[in-house]
Design a protein around this ligand. Structure first.
Ligand SMILES: *Cc1c(COP(=O)(O)O)cnc(C)c1O
Length: 454
């Protein structure tokens, strides 16, 4: 039998995170104050985040030690396996070698605990007793609930109302791990009450839920906010994925030609790809592909502008690819990819041509997910299906050219709690939705009078 899985010993777990800010060809532009439009400093963020995480957010130090307490918890499921998808290769009839990094093995079933555990640790170390956050489909809320429980921190999660009603199992997981979870908009914040009065039937949105969690944070004692993607320190915490993969490819004795991830806010993509992008910056020949949904095409059709992270326009302005903070995507199933913005680090690397963005329609991604489930057994998360669609497309190109390229994609999570989407696909009830150009232009108009990045 050929080697299907490459394992690392626990003692081979990376001891440091990689901070790509140290190697970027173009330095990052600073976040701006939402009121004054001036660059903000660490003190401006202090009411929202603990100072130890703010220091990471602005750091340009290349390697940052992973605290022992964090490693101990990550070791519950890490190092994660690197698996060769032989059956998928055979099904496609491709000479390509397809590998995936399996982040679905974490207790919440995705990559998100990699940063949730780190963030809970740093909040605890800073003396914070309670965290407020938002969640879309519930992946982030449940991952942070587990992490907060393990460090003895209280957690309140504002969950986008439509998911709160349609995805009860994620809510149950959060409660099992000791968190309080309410539907957003809620009666618990003044912004939530305002939204409920103005739009009683609103399904909610990630932007609204972020606004509620931030209001909760700044009006409550010993409370800070936590974000599951987009920010620099979140990207860095996820690099443990790619750093492990580099070691695993060393064991295999090969190096990938193409690295692929799905991109919502950018964190699992950054996690798998940034260590490889570092090699690319220093001359390695490797292609890096970020795959997003056609219905929320932030990198492929959005503009690089300063924008807010939330609907209420209260967060600092970040330089990023965006569809505008008022943009509410059509309700497609990959909930984790329904965000108007993109991590500033990922955005800048796209501008520097180190990352190739691609977009796929919902039906193409479910077809890819079905093929994967029926060849490799694992039912992928709807978000992950985008990465799989990208990997299959590259493998089929190899079939045409006869090249035996090595492809790595990140299996960001499993879809066992997202079966409604598969059900709809099997009943032919899923549709595609392409964002029309004029709708994008319209949604970006709100940013006309804000500062522009250089
Ligand atoms: C949240 C989530 C994503 C999207 O978030 P990123 O920050 O872009 O990684 C992708 N896959 C899964 C399984 C998720 O839970």
């Amino acid at each position: 039998m050929e080697t299907k899985k490459v394992f690392l010993n626990q003692s081979d777990m990376p001891r440091q995170w990689y901070n790509i800010a140290a190697d970027m060809p173009t330095p990052m532009q600073p976040p701006l104050h939402p009121g004054t439009g001036q660059p903000i400093g660490p003190d401006d963020l202090a009411p929202i985040f603990p100072m130890n995480l703010i220091e990471q957010e602005v750091s340009t130090q290349r390697w940052i030690d992973i605290p022992e307490e964090v490693l101990e918890i990550l070791a519950i499921w890490r190092p994660s396996p690197l698996t060769r998808a032989y059956n998928l290769e055979k099904f496609l009839g491709t000479p390509a070698k397809i590998y995936f990094k399996d982040e679905s093995v974490s207790p919440s079933g995705s990559h998100k605990p990699n940063t949730a555990v780190a963030q809970a640790y740093y909040n605890k170390a800073f003396g914070i007793k309670r965290i407020a956050t938002e969640t879309g489909a519930g992946q982030w809320g449940s991952s942070l609930a587990m992490a907060c429980q393990l460090f003895g921190i209280d957690l309140k999660v504002y969950m986008v109302k439509v998911s709160f009603e349609q995805k009860p199992y994620r809510k149950m997981l959060m409660r099992t791990w000791g968190a309080e979870c309410v539907a957003s908009p809620s009666q618990d914040t003044s912004f939530g009450r305002k939204m409920m009065a103005e739009y009683p039937d609103t399904p909610g949105s990630l932007g609204i839920a972020i606004s509620e969690a931030i209001e909760d944070t700044v009006t409550s004692k010993d409370t800070r906010y936590a974000l599951g993607s987009v920010l620099n320190h979140v990207m860095m915490h996820q690099t443990i994925i790619g750093l492990e993969a580099l070691k695993q490819f060393e064991i295999v004795g090969t190096y990938p030609d193409i690295v692929i991830g799905c991109a919502g806010g950018g964190s699992n993509f950054a996690g798998v790809s940034f260590p490889f992008i570092r090699d690319k910056i220093y001359g390695k020949n490797v292609r890096i592909v970020a795959v997003e949904p056609s219905a929320c095409p932030t990198l492929t059709k959005g503009s690089f502008l300063y924008d807010f992270g939330d609907t209420a326009a209260t967060t600092p302005l970040l330089p990023m690819h965006t569809l505008g903070h008022n943009f509410i995507p059509k309700p497609f199933h990959a909930g984790g990819l329904r965000y108007h913005g993109m991590a500033p680090l990922v955005s800048q690397l796209v501008l520097d041509n180190l990352i190739e963005p691609q977009s796929y329609n919902q039906l193409q991604t479910y077809e890819a997910g079905m093929v994967f489930a029926r060849t490799e057994g694992i039912v992928p998360a709807p978000e992950t299906n985008h990465a799989i669609a990208g990997a299959i497309a590259e493998a089929l190109k190899c079939k045409e050219t006869g090249e035996a390229k090595t492809i790595l994609f990140n299996l960001s999570g499993h879809g066992i709690m997202d079966l409604a989407g598969y059900d709809a696909y099997l009943d032919n009830k899923l549709t595609d939705y392409e964002m029309p150009e004029d709708e994008i232009r319209e949604a970006l108009k709100v940013l006309e009078n804000y500062p522009k990045p250089k």
